[in-house]
Design a protein around this ligand. Structure first.
Ligand code: SF4
Length: 286
């Protein structure tokens, strides 16, 4: 078959994830074990690679088991209650909260204090239960209203002043729609542009990349919310887009002679995985 393959030059880990993975690897180069509060990335192959080096994943329920030990906070960040709990258990933190998320947490906190003084509400557009969103809600002492989609807008009380934020990895176009609806319903809605620049610029370049190929292989863990957003984006401009977790899941019937196949992934997909997929496809198609 005459096939060409190209890796999206803008794919690979975002800087926040690169930083967290590097800090975990630096620690594991000197120690046998490191506990991480939740998976560092939503990517099972990368997690397997780090676990082989000694990474162990814990949740808040099992935090007692590492009292007095060391715990990595991932790029998504955590609410203040996690820091309090860790201090109470004598746990030393390797805090890998992405600086962009950290800034957002501070902005949300300030907005919460402003809204408290005028009887207003902080609203967060994000995925219910996502670690970053939980961290942001924690800045408002649990009082922020989370909306996951346009359907949720009805739960917002528009008779009060509102400050609106977005989770850093949400779809910029969907956020614009939310903003328009919120502004049409409320008189006092202050909008904060808090989608990460890494994510919004990737949206633009990914659209161009998906359009310029006859078929797209999108590689990411199924649990990645950024993966779902970016895959949907590819699919919207290239109907022959397939979402796989690894190269072995490629169905040969998807591929046609003459295809130009674009390989891309989420902000949680490591570049090495895209390169491995490309190598395995090119040897399989020979
Ligand atoms: S997507 Fe942006 S905000 Fe989120 S971890 Fe990556 S660099 Fe940080």
């Amino acid at each position: 078959m005459n096939i060409t393959l190209e890796i999206d030059p803008s794919s690979g880990f975002c800087p926040g994830v690169v930083r967290a993975v590097r800090q975990a690897e630096d620690y594991l180069a000197l120690h046998d074990t490191l506990h991480s509060l939740g998976p560092i990335v939503h990517n099972s192959l990368e997690i397997d690679r780090l676990m082989a080096k000694g990474l162990q994943i814990v949740d808040l329920k099992s935090i007692d088991s590492i009292a007095g030990g060391v715990l990595l906070i991932r790029a998504h960040g955590e609410p203040p209650s996690t820091y309090e709990l860790a201090a109470a258990k004598g746990i030393t933190l390797i805090d890998c909260t992405c600086p962009v998320v950290l800034r957002l947490q501070k902005e949300v906190r300030k907005a919460f204090l402003r809204m408290e003084s005028v009887g207003g509400t902080v609203v967060i557009f994000g995925k219910h239960g996502h670690a970053e969103v939980n961290g942001l809600v924690g800045q408002t002492e649990g009082r922020a209203v989370v909306i996951g989609s346009t359907d949720d807008v009805s739960v917002v009380d528009f008779s009060r002043p509102i400050e609106l934020f977005s989770q850093t990895t949400k779809d910029p176009v969907e956020y614009e729609t939310i903003v328009e609806i919120m502004r049409s319903k409320g008189k006092d809605v202050k909008v904060h542009n808090t989608i990460c620049a890494q994510v919004s610029t990737r949206h633009e370049s990914l659209v161009n990349f998906a359009r310029s190929h006859s078929m797209i292989l999108f590689i990411s863990g199924r649990e990645s919310s950024n993966g779902k957003v970016l895959f949907d984006l590819c699919k919207s401009v290239n109907p022959r887009s397939w979402w796989i977790e690894e190269a072995s899941q490629v169905d040969p019937t998807w591929i046609r002679d003459g295809d130009s196949i674009g390989i891309c992934g989420a902000t949680s997909t490591p570049l090495w995985q895209l390169e491995e997929a490309m190598a395995s496809l090119s040897s399989g198609l020979k």
